[in-house]
Write a protein that binds this ligand. Structure first.
Ligand code: HEM
Length: 533
């Protein structure tokens, strides 16, 4: 046979191979093509820019913003993100063009988890607005004000170990553990009406209005372990499960990988599946029981009861369908997810920063000590109006360590942003973490200076109104903002009436952070406790 001629079979294989290679190239480059005019670094096939995350850590977006300007491309594997690193452009995306960009993109760690997808965070369009309008009523100021005694009871409980006679000055504690237990207990009670009992002995006010019997210790810690595992596996870099990694690199392979690996005992995917299934079953049980018990939760003020009541009272069929039991479970669980790690991180960040800045600590103590009598628990209104310096300290800590440095959005139609036309389905991510370190709005951004928020100061007057957006922006901004600030300020007042803190010798310098679904402390916040009284 003449070797220069190919057989029909060989030609067929050649065409197939070329078509597959061409198809794969189109698949890998299609999302890039629509946004190719937006500037960005050169992409590495398959991994995109993920290696830059490893190189620069959480600062990667500030580094890229300096180089490429206020709007640039960052590829998570095949998926381009259009990063918005400018306050005015954030206003454009989050508020002015909200109708064109109303939803969040669903990152691959979430796409395999219906539990995480059915909450408010990832629901879309009209389902989201109906859910949000109902849920928002739970955050009325009068309801939040009524939560102060419950929050205070958990704060006292969580900090009671610091007061024990055996506790000596200079005792070293991992404050971030204490604050996570506290925040999880508070949100567990507020969301489910269940006392998880992590913060120590449950105190009276927390237990009094408890319509649900306290669960046994084992059952609760099991639930919390599952919650922690499920949350910490939602990783954005390449350290998650194999199916999540595939989802980052070649998204269409995520589902088949997940379907296979979740059946293979010992793999992370299998463990995640087991955990999420148990978590969902547990949540569905709580919801089903609450629906069955009917009148017994009629006066309960927890989030789950309020949602169920709104659902019962609504004559609208749509309402009942939108709040089907699985969505009620998801949205209630989401509170635990969205409200515990974020609030706890912020509280720990404040205490860590104040411990290293005695001049800030002095002013804060003067203000807290000036609120009398000493035993008086501030009301919600006191918290909002009588602690202006504390407000500045919390704001500055949230600027210094922005717990959600990125806020995900997705275009619903073709839209122009910052001079670029973005096709429908483009992932547009706001970068509050970059804005917070922009010297245009925050001179000397690496200095911890609560005074920069002085309303009469030049810096505050000159600053763009959306330069600090740790809770996001526009109609989709954080629903729990007032809830968490109330809890954080109440905790700080309780703590600083009794103690001050210093960095423990075992605390690393500089502080190391790690990227998960939100920012976290790599080795915890370790402090020495000094009694004031
Ligand atoms: C310091 C504490 C917190 C921080 C920094 C924080 C931050 C955020 C951010 C940045 C967003 C995205 C906003 C956007 O897309 O514009 C968000 C959304 C959300 N947060 Fe928070 N959060 C905190 C506490 C809480 C708490 C305590 C809860 C629940 C009680 C909560 C529930 C939610 C929910 C449900 C959403 C989704 C809202 C929607 O899509 O309509 N968060 N949060």
């Amino acid at each position: 046979m003449d070797p220069t001629f190919l057989t029909a079979n060989q030609i067929w294989w050649w065409i197939m191979t070329m078509s597959l290679a061409g198809g794969l190239l189109v698949y890998l480059y299609a999302p890039y093509w629509g946004v190719r005019r937006v500037p960005g670094p050169v992409t590495v096939p398959l991994i995109g820019h993920i290696h830059l995350l490893a190189k620069y850590g959480p600062d990667v977006f500030s580094v890229l913003a300096k180089h490429y300007g206020p709007i640039f491309r960052f590829h998570m594997g095949r998926q381009p993100l259009i990063i918005i690193a400018d306050a005015e452009l954030c206003r454009e995306v989050g508020i002015k063009k909200f109708k064109d960009i109303p939803n969040r993109s669903i990152p691959s760690p979430i796409s395999a988890s219906p539990l995480h997808q059915k909450g408010l965070f990832f629901t879309r369009d009209s389902r989201w607005s109906t859910m949000r309008n109902t849920i928002v009523s739970v955050y009325q100021p009068s309801h939040l004000a009524g939560l102060v005694p419950m929050m205070q009871a958990f704060i006292e409980s969580a900090t009671s170990s610091l007061e024990s006679p055996s506790t000596k000055d200079n005792q070293e504690i991992t404050f971030s553990n204490l604050s996570l237990k506290l925040a999880t207990d508070v949100i567990g009670k507020a969301a489910f009406g269940v006392d998880f009992g992590l913060s120590g002995a449950a105190k009276s006010a927390a237990s009094q209005e408890d319509s649900t019997k306290r669960k046994s210790g084992d059952e609760v810690s099991d639930f919390i372990n599952q919650h922690t595992y499920s949350t910490t596996q939602l990783k954005m870099d390449l350290s998650g499960s194999l199916s999540i990694i595939m989802g980052q690199l070649v998204p269409f392979l995520q589902e088949p990988f997940w379907q296979v690996l979740k059946r293979v005992p010992g793999t992370i995917d299998w463990k995640v599946e087991q955990t999420n299934r148990k978590l969902s079953e547990r949540l569905n049980e709580i919801v089903a029981k609450r629906i069955k018990d009917g009148s017994s939760w009629a006066r309960s003020k927890d989030f789950l009861s309020l949602i169920l009541r709104a659902r019962e009272e609504s004559s609208s069929k749509i309402h009942q369908t939108i709040f089907s039991p699985d969505y009620v479970s998801a949205v209630t669980y989401e509170h635990l997810l969205a409200g515990s790690a974020t609030t706890s991180f912020t509280l720990s960040a404040v205490v860590y920063l104040v411990s290293g800045h005695p001049e800030v600590e002095k002013k804060m103590l003067e203000e807290i000590d000036g609120f009398r009598p000493r035993e008086l628990i501030p009301t919600a209104s006191d918290l909002q109006t009588k602690f202006p310096y504390l407000d500045k300290v919390v704001k500055e800590a949230m600027r210094f360590y922005t717990v959600s440095p990125l806020v995900a959005r997705e275009t619903s139609r073709r839209v122009e942003v910052g001079g670029y036309i973005l096709p429908k389905g483009t992932w547009v991510w706001l970068a509050p973490g970059v804005l917070a370190k922009d010297p245009k709005n925050f001179p000397e951004p690496e200095k911890f200076k609560p005074e920069r928020f002085d309303p009469n100061g030049e810096e505050e007057k000159r600053r763009h109104p959306y330069a600090l957006i740790p809770f996001g922006i526009g109609p989709r901004a954080c629903i729990g903002q007032k809830f968490s600030l109330q809890e954080i300020k109440l905790s700080l007042i309780h703590l600083y009436r009794r103690y001050v803190f210093r960095h423990a010798p075992s605390m690393e310098k500089p502080l190391e952070l790690q990227y998960g679904i939100v920012l976290n402390f790599k080795h915890g916040v370790k402090l020495r406790v000094i009694h004031r009284i």
